[in-house]
Design a protein around this ligand. Structure first.
Ligand SMILES: NC(=O)C1=CN([C@@H]2O[C@H](COP(=O)(O)OP(=O)(O)OC[C@H]3O[C@@H](n4cnc5c(N)ncnc54)[C@H](O)[C@@H]3O)[C@@H](O)[C@H]2O)C=CC1
Ligand SMILES: O=C(O)[C@@H]1CCC=N1
Length: 271
């Protein structure tokens, strides 16, 4: 399968890196990227073909993955039109609705909306997928094959829920990195070295995530098991509760969901 990316930024780099690491031939991957530096980085890092603009050669592919920012999509679509034949189009833009991307692509119907995340770079991503009605089963499987090469996938029947997927797993790595940052900062304040802080915080997140994934028990039960009566965890959780950490966290995720919907509404009105 030949894949072309439109936009070679952060997420395209994560997906391309993951695809190449899991055995996709770099010669089957092309990127259309406006920035000369971005193209040079992609060529050096992964050996993929890079183009400055759409052309028959750039769009000689089975799947075209739209990985420009939501605000860049409407302008980026028309130059693709002369070269769209039967390719499956996959848009990973946050918020943008299938109907709007389809309209910007002259009513093209073979479009899957996907929401991956950056752990795709190491094959540990998770992607929500949602397809237009005209996308065939074989094409759905094609989209799944690309994203499963870099992690797990799940289908979302109701497109409105793609904003929730974005808020949970698309943006999710940032919340985890913030948590790691906070643990490391606290470790520093407690006199641990940066190397000790790094090992302790990252191994704790990895271990807890693996335990949660391999356990049949709910996260709250696993949390209670760490929390001894009158002990240290209880003291930590009580202080966090007083500071409304959980409420603040949930409010943040809901804000991401609202921003996705808002982006879709705002940009969808735009032509
Ligand atoms: N960064 C992330 O963790 C995730 C991002 N996404 C989505 O992926 C898309 C890209 O996000 P990032 O990679 O973070 O943004 P980015 O800004 O790093 O990458 C976008 C790239 O597109 C290029 N570009 C813009 N217009 C172009 C055009 N007309 N033709 C060719 N190249 C063009 C820019 O030069 C830039 O390199 C967004 O729509 C975002 O919502 C989805 C999931 C996760
Ligand atoms: O922050 C954003 O808008 C993108 C979508 C999900 C992760 N990054």
């Amino acid at each position: 399968m030949k894949i072309t990316f439109l936009g070679g930024g952060n997420m395209a780099n994560a997906l391309i890196g993951g695809l190449v690491k899991t055995g996709f031939a770099a010669s089957d991957i092309a990127v259309i990227e406006l920035g000369a530096q971005g193209r040079a980085r992609l060529r050096v890092a992964y050996g993929v073909r890079c183009y400055e603009a759409a052309s028959a050669a750039a769009l000689d592919c089975d799947a075209l993955l739209l990985s420009v920012k939501p605000q860049q999509m409407r302008e980026a679509c028309p130059p693709l039109l002369p070269f769209l034949r039967q390719q499956l189009v996959i848009s990973i833009a946050a918020g943008l609705r299938l109907a709007d991307v389809s309209r910007w692509l002259g009513g093209y119907g073979r479009i899957v909306r996907a929401m991956p995340n950056t752990p795709a770079l190491i094959g540990a991503g998770v992607t929500g997928l949602c397809a237009m009605a005209a996308v065939s089963m074989a094409e759905r499987l094609g989209a799944e094959r690309i994203l499963q090469a870099v992690g797990s996938t799940l289908w979302i029947a109701d497109e409105e829920k793609m904003d929730a997927v974005t808020a949970i797993s698309g943006s999710g790595p940032a919340y985890v990195f913030l948590f790691i940052e906070a643990l490391q900062q606290a470790a520093g304040e407690l006199g641990l070295t940066p190397a000790q802080a790094r090992q302790l915080s990252i191994d704790t997140v990895l271990g807890a995530a693996r335990l949660a994934s391999q356990s049949d028990e709910a996260a709250c039960v696993l949390r209670e098991r760490v929390t001894s009566k009158g002990g240290t965890t209880e003291a930590a959780l009580r202080t966090m509760e007083q500071r409304c950490v959980k409420e603040g966290f949930i409010a943040g995720v809901l804000a991401a969901n609202s921003r996705g919907r808002e982006l879709g509404e705002l940009l969808g009105q735009d032509g």
